[in-house]
Design a binder for this molecule. Sequence first.
Ligand SMILES: Cc1ncc(COP(=O)(O)O)c(C=O)c1O
Length: 466
Amino acid sequence: MTQPSKDDGAKTLERLQSLDRRYHLHSFTDPQALVQAPPFMMETAEGCYVSGQGIRLLDAMAGLGCVNIGYGRKEMVETAASAMEVLSYYHSFAAVSNPTAAALAGKLASLAPEGLNKVFFANSGSEANETLIKLALLYWRRKGQPKKRVIITRDYSYHGSTIATSLLNGNTAMQEEFGLDAHGEVARVMAPFWYRHGGKMNPEAFGLHAARAIEEKIVELGADKVAAVFAEPIQGTMGAIIPPDSYWPEVERICRRHDVLLVADEVVTGLGRTGAWFAQSTYGFKADMMTLAKGLSSGYYPISAAVVSDEIAEVITDRQEIMQHGFTTSAHPVACAVALRNLDVLEKDKLIDRVSNDIGPYFATKLIELEKHPLVGEVRVAGLIAGIELTRNKETREQYPEEFNLGGHVGHAAMIRGVIARPAGNALVLCPPFIIKRGEVDYLVSALYDALDDTLKLMKQQGVWP
Ligand SMILES: Cc1ncc(COP(=O)(O)O)c(C=O)c1O
């Protein structure tokens, strides 16, 4: 076969971009951006790098915080191919299972915090969270308390984009755009976001204050109306908001005191991101239910899990009545095989240990250097997740208006310098693969510093600094 010439390559790219513009409805995309410019085509990936249109980028976001073991691993390809050969598909309805689903459920139960032993499989983080909203309602109904229906959630949270999970999100545009209404069954409280909302309190006092906002809400609504508190241990997409250490143990105490279920959305934090298998152990608390998704297969195949405690499992399965919930591709045999192999890679290569004891501390030490930059108010790091808080004034912690999209400007400048960091309003989020090397961290930090400088220079030229 003759190789296509360079011109053919350009023509192929142009044709694909025009097909994409014409027929592909993108996730979370401003359609006008696609009118103004064609989509960027990502074509290949390996290790910590992604490439497209002749450009190679250090992906400090591991896709969307999911490619924890790195891109393009041959063992993952082989596992998927052989699993597909053996059993390309079967469902899990009506008491049917398959060997990889059974093995993965057992493996997750053995890794999960004590008592979280029953696993439901879905395809995305949204579906796993949606599942737990339903299971929380089912649990209370089966316990004879059907009025316990309100879910407490927090500002800045992100739990997904199905209808029910959108209703939990801190980003209210996700509700307004579609006219969604929770009819009083979702209540939102403050986030443990010390930098923006801590005022003169020290972080530990503020952590307790933010936890008690949950208690106040439970008391206001009546504990007999509240089903669950839904929360990400670290709020990832909205800026990697790392709570003060005092927060989580207090939230757990409050939930126990008022007989409210605590649901940990570990879609981002689960399976090693904070340097422990689960962020629950990093922050010293235990949830009644948790969700896992991104790091479950490192993005090699869509799969997620909703894990519930023995007590909840007992209540929801103790009668002869079909649980009216499930997906065609729940417990997909290939997805489960891929997830098992991904867990195997994490263990064999000691990647979580690497996050907690080697590359994580190095990443933190280097990244903190960015606090010297005039635009950076705070760098927060836990394991290999980090938020870089941007500010107009380091003393007063004043922010630029959201419309200014400061994070977007810095993210764009970083990309020009060969690095992917995710803008989140007045912050940038980093979630690099666990295999990132020290030299790559050095490159990342210097590229970010330069990108901050580029942005500052532009702001000065445009008269918007300070
Ligand atoms: C904490 C958290 N929960 C849930 C989701 C939704 O996951 P998915 O996009 O797989 O539906 C995300 C996605 O970013 C997330 O960050």
